[in-house]
Write a protein of this length. Structure first.
Length: 253
């Protein structure tokens, strides 16, 4: 049978016999490629699908979506034909807020995820969680990005690359700055991760995510900054273990 293809989600290593599909929502300004290397260390029972938003990556010529409800609706439309087995959702930073709303909307459509994973993001009720970075002029925004250390200096120093990088960053920073949850809680299991050295997110506040699920909740904090999932080490082992629980519901929580 021909597998459905989606311009909204990249699947770099198809695993048709996997037990679980994992839909991933990237951090601000990132493309689907941000999750490409995850395929190398995730359990082989997991098939990863990484979101590719318009306005970046191979969809650079398309208009970006600046409204959270519209973005989530489009993502749900794209996920529905791909759901042929249990699935989980992961979102990093601003992507965690998208993931939260995505879990809500999918449940409304009768497609609830098995588990929601959120990393490097304060709880949905944090209000104005980020300063309005999307309103800064280019030079000031670039200096802020250097502080966050998520974008290489080589790219930030290149004028033509700035023209490519800054628009999607502004779009996602705006989504994070104006976010308000559409419902008080999800009905799936929820796991939250944070980094002790994160300069953008207060890891001490992560525990309040527990209010946002009616199911089981846990969290873990790692010795890293905002980009701790990119580091080979404890996070990868922990996340892999938590993914296996999605198809081993009787495992110790």
């Amino acid at each position: 049978m021909t597998r459905p293809r989606s311009r909204w989600f990249a699947c770099y290593q198809p695993r048709p016999d996997s037990r679980l599909k994992l839909f991933c929502l990237p951090s601000a300004g990132a493309s689907a490629y941000a999750y490409r290397d995850w395929c190398d260390w995730l359990p082989t029972d997991v098939e990863l699908h990484s979101a590719q938003y318009p306005g970046r990556g191979p969809r650079i010529a398309e208009d970006a979506i600046e409204d959270m409800a519209r973005l989530v609706e489009a993502l749900c439309d794209a996920i529905a034909p791909l759901v042929d087995r249990p699935f989980a959702i992961h979102g990093h930073s601003v992507g965690a807020l998208v993931a939260y709303e995505l879990a809500l909307e999918l449940a409304r459509r009768g497609l609830p995820p098995t588990r929601l994973f959120a990393s490097a993001c304060e709880p949905p009720d944090a209000g104005v969680r980020y300063r309005p970075l999307h309103l800064l002029d280019d030079d000031t925004l670039v200096e802020e990005l250097r502080t966050l250390q998520g974008t290489s200096d080589d790219l930030l120093d290149h004028p033509s690359m700035r023209e490519v990088l800054l628009p999607p960053l502004r779009t996602d920073f705006s989504l994070g700055h104006t976010f308000r949850p559409s419902a008080p809680s999800v009905d799936c299991d929820l796991t939250v991760y944070g980094g002790r050295a994160d300069a953008l997110v207060r890891w001490q506040a992560l525990g309040r995510w527990a209010q946002f699920t009616t199911a089981r909740y846990d969290d873990e904090v790692f010795d890293g900054d905002h980009w701790f999932p990119n580091e080979d080490g404890p996070f990868r082992a922990t996340f892999s273990r938590h993914l296996r629980r999605c198809w081993q519901p009787n495992a110790t929580w």
